[in-house]
Design a binder for this molecule. Sequence first.
Ligand SMILES: *Cc1c(COP(=O)(O)O)cnc(C)c1O
Length: 386
Amino acid sequence: MVPYSRHFIDQDDIDAVVQVLQGGWLTCGPVVEKFEQKLAKIVHAKYAIACSNGTTALHLAMLALGISDGDVVLVPAITFLASANAARYVGADVVFVDVDPTTGLMTYETLEVAILANHEKSLKAVVNVHFAGQCENLETIHKVARKHDLLIIEDAAHAIGTIYIDESGKQHAIGSNSFSDITTFSFHPVKTIAMGEGGAVTTNNPEIAKKLKLLRSHGMIRDSLQWEGDESGPWYYEMQELGFNYRISDINCALGLSQLENLENFKLERANIVKFYDNACAGLNYLNPLKKLQYSDTAWHLYVVLIDFDILGKSRAQVMTELKEKGIGTQVHYIPLHKQPYYKNLCGEMTLPGAEGYYATCLSLPLYVGLKEEDQQHVVDALSNA
Ligand SMILES: *Cc1c(COP(=O)(O)O)cnc(C)c1O
């Protein structure tokens, strides 16, 4: 079976994990900091804070930016549930933003439409999701968001390794926060870098970084304390805020650190598979790949094709079943969030034509490091037959 995604582990990854297992720190040790430093360096951020997964990264980001009860967060309708759920964890309401049906991405135009339609609400922040690994024009989104006093959170769960090319041609790694306040990553094994479970938040603001660290571990600090009460001593620790245990272990970080060494290779190999699929798709009817944006030097996480199932005269379920019978796993990314029962209850019935148009046509094909050329051809042949 060729799955739609899977991790790639080499001997260096295994050795790195074994080394931690044989050492003195399984968690809260030096490898966590090493991983954070390496990640910060790669994405050109001042600070990187590693945490237990991409969802807790989003939750920490919301908390660290002070988003809370009564605030409203704008979230694109095409994303994984966690992008919106994190706003709910801090008590904020969610407004869904439409996407460009040819990319699955929120644009500055769809963002502005959503802002103007909800101007009477206390809009506080926008989550910009780099769907499939590709990024939109970050400057225009930044301009619109700032015009309306919105904080910007980049959900880069799909986009480690992607580089935004600005209007003057300058490069900005996703995670550098050149046009945002904070960025979150996921290192779940279906994503580009695998840690088993893992996530991280990057920022250039020292106060936000401090808060992220505090909240990651129970809101508790130990170091450099000035105790004013009648107890003082080396055992002393203090809880200043309600935090969580969202830490990540040295075991996971050893794997992540080793995987990051391969990020450029992973990006290249994924790009080659994307190129192969793009060429093959050009010869097929009823089907288009996602539109490629010139300002995104993309580390592709997903390969999505847009199929006109109506004209094809076959349902998506039928096509998926036919591919599955040939040993090919496909997936749908994503069911629009405003169609989920929980959010329908919360936000009411609404129509977002871009997101719904995108959803009606999307299908994700297998894309992962180690996907053999013969398997890529097999996918294209099976799709062509279907
Ligand atoms: C995977 C994903 C997350 C959540 O990451 P986990 O590590 O699975 O918690 C958040 N946002 C997006 C867009 C994702 O794809």
